[in-house]
Ligand binder design. Structure first.
Ligand SMILES: NC(=O)c1ccc[n+]([C@@H]2O[C@H](COP(=O)([O-])OP(=O)(O)OC[C@H]3O[C@@H](n4cnc5c(N)ncnc54)[C@H](O)[C@@H]3O)[C@@H](O)[C@H]2O)c1
Ligand SMILES: [Zn+2]
Ligand SMILES: [Zn+2]
Length: 357
């Protein structure tokens, strides 16, 4: 079968048609992908921002149909439609039992299992997935069944970007109605965060992006204001009377914008960091300001979501026309064009490219 392989850092992905799968083991499921979104984290694996190891089949935002299940799998069966969760939700580990399944302890095990076979060697999928492939094997814990009438070509975005962004707004930040929000970065995750803020009832939602076309997009999805970074101080003064925002969300992954996000939150407000920077990059805070401004600084992993509950919440919002997924798909492509999709993302030209198999 066909898959896009990262052979070494900073190289173009190799589109191979000789990729196989290992035999299905206990607790595993074999998924045939219908679609996969292209997330910035895939690009970050390619350039080494996110350490993934190579070779690796990239892609971690997908939806498809179960082909076969391994011994002991009783939650899904062949023919079921699923969205893939790049973090398993095993329901057994301490994190899952505490109600923080987005931090499931099985994540490391899933990420290091190598279920593809290329040239006789076992190869891992990114985050234990590998959705830039026609088929893949993942633990049962990493799939969430959806109704058969859900269009799988649209909902793959829920598997990462949409859950991450909406969840950062409604779960991690817990945005209250009638508040002010600023979102740094209006890509797939940022647009989802803007939609989350709109759904939560924020009064003002300010989008910040360096690309002009993204600012226009942001307004279509619910931003009340959309500005380049250099124009934020003026809008912040106007919207918050200089106080700063109730909530500030970073959806870029850059130390400078992480710092700017913290600065944009008001005293006692909340700054949520969703973007992923390099392990070696550092953000500085003075030893005085943390206490004095009493801001809540929160990381957000996978939108602080319980995917078994929250995917369904998102699907119900989508069914009622309250969450726009179709509008987030800028391009529908074939897996052969994934390098072009990476370049379009780097150039700021797309919210999401979606691979159709
Ligand atoms: N926390 C999580 O669980 C999680 C999950 C998925 C993705 N992410 C991370 O979220 C981030 C965003 O992902 P995405 O898929 O939306 O990426 P994207 O490339 O689609 O969007 C990033 C946006 O930021 C803008 N931007 C870049 N640098 C900027 C700057 N200096 N000032 C203003 N705007 C700037 C770009 O123009 C673009 O619109 C990435 O770091 C990704 O790795 C985190
Ligand atoms: Zn992602
Ligand atoms: Zn778990």
């Amino acid at each position: 079968m066909k898959a896009a392989l990262l052979r070494e850092l900073n190289a173009d992905l190799e589109i191979r048609d000789d990729v196989g799968l290992v035999d299905l083991g206990p607790g595993q499921v074999h998924v045939k992908l219908v679609s996969s979104g292209v997330c910035h984290s895939d690009l970050s694996a390619q350039n080494g921002t996110i350490p993934s190891g190579t070779p690796v089949v990239l892609g971690h935002e997908g939806a498809g149909v179960i082909q076969e299940v391994g011994p002991g799998v009783d939650g899904v069966k062949a023919g079921d439609h699923v969205i893939v969760s790049f973090t398993p939700a095993c329901r057994k580990c301490r994190a899952c039992l505490r109600g923080q399944s987005n931090l499931c302890e099985m994540m490391g095990q899933m990420a290091t299992s190598a279920n593809f076979v290329i040239g006789g060697n076992r190869v891992a999928g990114f985050c234990g997935c590998g959705t830039f492939s026609q088929e893949m094997i993942v633990p049962e814990a990493a799939v969430v069944k959806v109704d058969d009438d859900i269009p799988l070509d649209i909902v793959s975005l829920i598997g990462c970007g949409v859950m991450t962004g909406v969840g950062a707004a409604i779960n991690t930040a817990d945005i209250r109605p009638g508040t002010s929000v600023v979102v740094f970065g209006a890509g797939g995750v940022g647009i989802a965060a803007i939609q989350g803020a709109r759904i939560a009832g924020a009064a003002e939602i300010v989008a910040v992006d360096k690309v002009e076309s993204k600012l226009e997009m942001a307004k279509r999805f619910g931003a009340t204001h959309a500005v380049k970074p250099e124009d934020l101080p003026g809008v912040q003064q106007e919207v918050t009377r200089g106080e700063g925002f109730d909530y500030a969300l970073e959806c870029i992954g850059n130390p400078n914008t992480i710092r700017a996000t913290f600065d944009a939150a008001r005293r006692g407000g909340t700054a949520v960091i969703v973007g992923v920077g390099r392990l070696t990059e550092v953000v500085q805070f003075s030893a005085f300001e943390l206490f004095f401004h009493e801001k809540n600084l929160k990381g957000s992993m996978y939108g602080s979501a319980n995917v078994r509950v929250d995917f369904d919440r998102l699907l119900r919002l989508w069914r009622q026309g309250k969450l726009d997924l179709e509008g987030m798909i800028s391009r529908r492509i074939k897996v052969d064009d994934v390098n072009g999709a990476f370049r379009a993302m780097q150039a700021g030209e797309v919210i999401r490219s979606v691979i159709e198999f």
